[in-house]
Ligand binder design. Structure first.
Ligand code: MN
Length: 753
């Protein structure tokens, strides 16, 4: 399949070819020092002297051709010079220093960058490898021009592949399709992408490629007259509407047709929109105006309108796309864009230099229009491509690093990864038997941070001691750490136990827990059960190898201790309730202990309004037919007793010794909070108080009241209870029912006033 790019070695004229480069440079409008370009050409020609390409042409023809493509892209002087020299370091005796001496360090660095990319071996056809390889190429390029020169190099190689072996054609095409075309796409270089895809397809599926080109060739006349007709009509109509524009048309590129056939599983006859039209206007307003006119001329296909002007693609592609149906029912696509958008769509990142040179070769260089290039420039002050790409790189792959295995596989690791991560990513066996590492042929420490493009080699030994605990800190990837832990767990039990015990106890002390408090017959089994370790050594071992951290273990132990305390409290509360119930059954408990002046053996009742206990000043009230009711002297019912009842109050007193328990009620007011009742119960339990009733409820203003009925022997016992309850967190007041204090702060129902 010879083509226009294939040079005939018999008639090849190197000087003529070089002149073509100078013409392209002139056409690009860039101000480029041709003396420097010629010097590079001469150096390259001498260096490659005697070398021939597969087709028999002198090797320099490839260098010139790549430079011509670079010039077409509008690349700058250093890039053109570097394009001519791009294979010198790899294929000739010239060195970086030689080039730096003659053409400056910038050119030497470009050449070295391209050389590095050229050395990237393409080993595997797995998709994962492709993606890694793409990222790696971008990540290891610290100057975007390196990628662009490499693209030019690859494009020319793809254009002249016919003389290569079938195997090489296939491998290079796959690599181009999977790696270089996507990069061109990512960089917004549509024209480059299309050509690379079509060239690759030609070798990857020659029959499929042939079928489409034949089909198109057969219909070329029809298609062309169709395109001319539509172009003409749009042109005329837009002119009538006063819209200045340039219209072009093309048959869609072969790979896009091919992909559509496969994606939609249709025969090529089923693909109607083979043609695409492009309308280029001066500004965005005209662009949308033209769209309106076209939609009035042809019926738009619903769902096919895409506005990448208002929402540009991630690679900064901007255009409006629409598909419309022509008179004969044939659909076709129209893309509308401004000149500025057109330039960046065609050349992508490369348009950067077209802008820089102040000319663009396509349209008069209205610098104001190159908004997206300007945006790039704004982020980097001096229009420095290196910075630009550095930013791009950081954005895209800041958290990854790509390195090579000695076999050429690309391994993706987290940023900051060390040879340890690399070794374990190959195989845990490699990691476990690692005794040393080399990066780019030099021995490095295990804490060496890998860089993009590093070639990493791991030295292993059967007698390797295995990973050390320090490696857990050096490994950046979770999988490496997991594998190290697994090994440590299995191989280092005794050491783990000792080490783990030490870490565990240190952590306990830091948490304010004395290890001795844990190592008791009650607590330790509970903790081990809770953490699911059969034996305490297993716990130590797990901490030792890093299966569980000491901090986490101790945190869980703290939880556990709190939980068991809570359980104890719960049991206490249950006990109190039980007792209360029992007491309630024995209603009308003792009436003894009260001496009523002048009366023996009378019926005694303790009033519910003030619930007196031994030690209280008390007074009796003669009820009608129900004996004497005993009140406290500070009881409101006594103090505010109506006049007519005065005669019914009689003096009473406590017996010298009272042994009975007396039921009395307290009102407690607290800030509303969880755990209040629990804490109240705990206090009561700690004082061995017999509780008959304990009921709490939330009231207004974030307050809670607790109504407590306890049985006590004496007033001092009760005072202790009141004291202790007053000290409970959040408690505002504890009052006895019936007291003036209670009256002042609570209503009859026990609600706070
Ligand atoms: Mn090359």
């Amino acid at each position: 399949m010879p083509n226009e790019y294939q040079v005939d070695p018999k008639t090849y004229d190197v000087e003529k070819h070089y002149q073509e480069l100078e013409h392209k440079i002139a056409a690009s409008g860039n101000s480029i020092n041709l003396n420097r370009v010629r010097a590079a050409f001469e150096v390259a020609e001498r260096a490659h002297a005697g070398q021939k390409r597969k087709d028999g042409t002198p090797y320099i023809s490839h260098c010139i051709a790549a430079s011509i493509i670079a010039a077409e892209m509008g690349l700058d002087e250093d890039s053109i010079v570097a394009s001519l020299l791009h294979d010198c370091v790899e294929d000739t005796t010239l060195t970086h220093e030689d080039i730096a001496r003659s053409f400056g360090p910038a050119v030497a660095d470009l050449v070295e960058g391209v050389t590095k990319l050229t050395r990237v071996t393409f080993m595997s056809a797995e998709e994962q490898q492709m993606e890694n390889l793409r990222k790696m190429l971008l990540a290891m390029t610290n100057d975007i021009r390196v990628i662009l020169i490499k693209m030019a190099d690859r494009l020319h190689n793809m254009r002249t592949m016919d003389y290569q072996t079938e195997e090489k054609q296939r491998v290079k095409s796959l690599e181009t399709m999977e790696v270089y075309a996507p990069i061109a796409h990512r960089l917004g270089m549509q024209r480059m992408k299309w050509e690379l895809e079509d060239l690759s397809l030609r070798y990857l599926d020659p029959e499929g490629y042939e079928a489409i080109t034949e089909y198109l060739d057969e219909r070329m006349d029809t298609l062309q007259s169709f395109m001319q007709d539509i172009e003409q009509r749009i042109q005329t109509r837009l002119e009538q509407e006063g819209i200045k524009c340039s219209i072009s048309s093309r048959i869609k590129h072969i790979y896009s047709i091919y992909r559509k056939m496969y994606a939609q599983k249709i025969d090529i006859n089923g693909i109607f929109d083979l043609c695409a039209f492009r309308v280029i206007t001066d500004d965005v307003t005209e662009c949308y105006a033209a769209l309106g006119v076209i939609h009035s001329m042809f019926k738009p296909v619903p769902g096919r309108f895409k506005d990448y002007i208002s929402t540009p693609k991630p690679n900064n592609y901007r255009s409006v796309h629409t598909t419309v149906i022509g008179d004969q029912g044939i659909p076709f696509e129209v893309q509308l864009r401004t000149w500025e958008m057109h330039l960046s769509a065609e050349y992508g990142v490369a348009a950067h230099w077209k802008y820089k040179s102040g000319e663009n070769g396509v349209k008069p260089g209205d610098e104001e229009k190159f908004a997206w290039v300007r945006r790039l420039l704004e982020t980097q002050q001096e229009s420095d491509a290196q910075d630009f790409f550095h930013n791009l790189k950081i954005d895209m792959f800041a958290d990854e690093v790509f390195v090579f295995s000695p076999k050429g596989d690309v391994i993706s690791l987290p940023a900051g990864a060390t040879p340890i991560d690399f070794a374990y990513s190959i195989h845990s066996g490699v990691g476990n038997s690692m005794v040393g590492a080399k990066v780019n042929g030099r021995i490095v420490n295990f804490d060496y941070s890998l860089h993009n493009g590093d070639i990493v080699e791991i030295r292993t030994s059967k007698s390797a001691p295995g990973p050390s605990r320090d490696w857990l800190q050096l490994a950046k990837s979770g999988s490496a750490r997991t594998k190290i832990k697994q090994w440590l767990k299995k191989e280092r039990r005794e050491e783990n136990v000792l080490h783990g015990k030490e870490m565990f106890e240190r952590e306990l002390r830091q948490a304010g827990i004395a290890p001795a408090d844990i190592y008791t017959d009650e607590i330790l089994p509970q903790i081990l059960k809770r953490l699911a370790f059969p034996h305490v050594d297993d716990l130590y071992a797990a901490i030792g190898y890093g299966g569980i951290t000491a901090t986490r273990t101790v945190n869980r132990i703290k939880d556990e201790l709190q939980r068991s305390q809570a359980t104890e409290q719960k049991t206490a509360l249950d006990k109190i309730e039980e007792q209360a119930e029992r007491r309630n059954k024995r209603e009308h408990h003792a009436v003894h202990g009260i001496l009523v002046e002048g009366l023996d053996n009378c019926l005694i009742k303790f009033s519910r309004c003030c619930t007196p206990v031994p030690g209280d000043d008390v007074i009796g009230f003669i009820t009608r037919g129900a004996g004497v009711s005993i009140h406290r002297k500070d009881c409101e019912n006594y103090l505010n007793s109506p006049e007519e009842n005065r005669g019914r109050w009689i003096r009473v007193g406590w017996a010298e010794r009272t042994t009975d328990e007396y039921s009395t009620t307290l009102l407690l007011l607290s800030v509303q909070r969880s755990g209040l009742v629990m804490d109240v119960a705990t206090v009561l339990n700690s004082l061995n108080a017999k509780v008959r009733n304990l009921s709490a409820r939330d009231v207004d203003n974030n307050r809670s009241t607790v109504n407590i009925t306890v049985e006590v022997h004496t007033l001092s016992e009760l005072r202790l209870i009141i004291n202790r309850l007053s000290g409970v967190h959040g408690v505002i007041r504890v009052a006895r029912v019936g007291s003036a204090e209670a009256k002042a702060h609570f209503d009859e129902k026990g609600n706070p006033k």
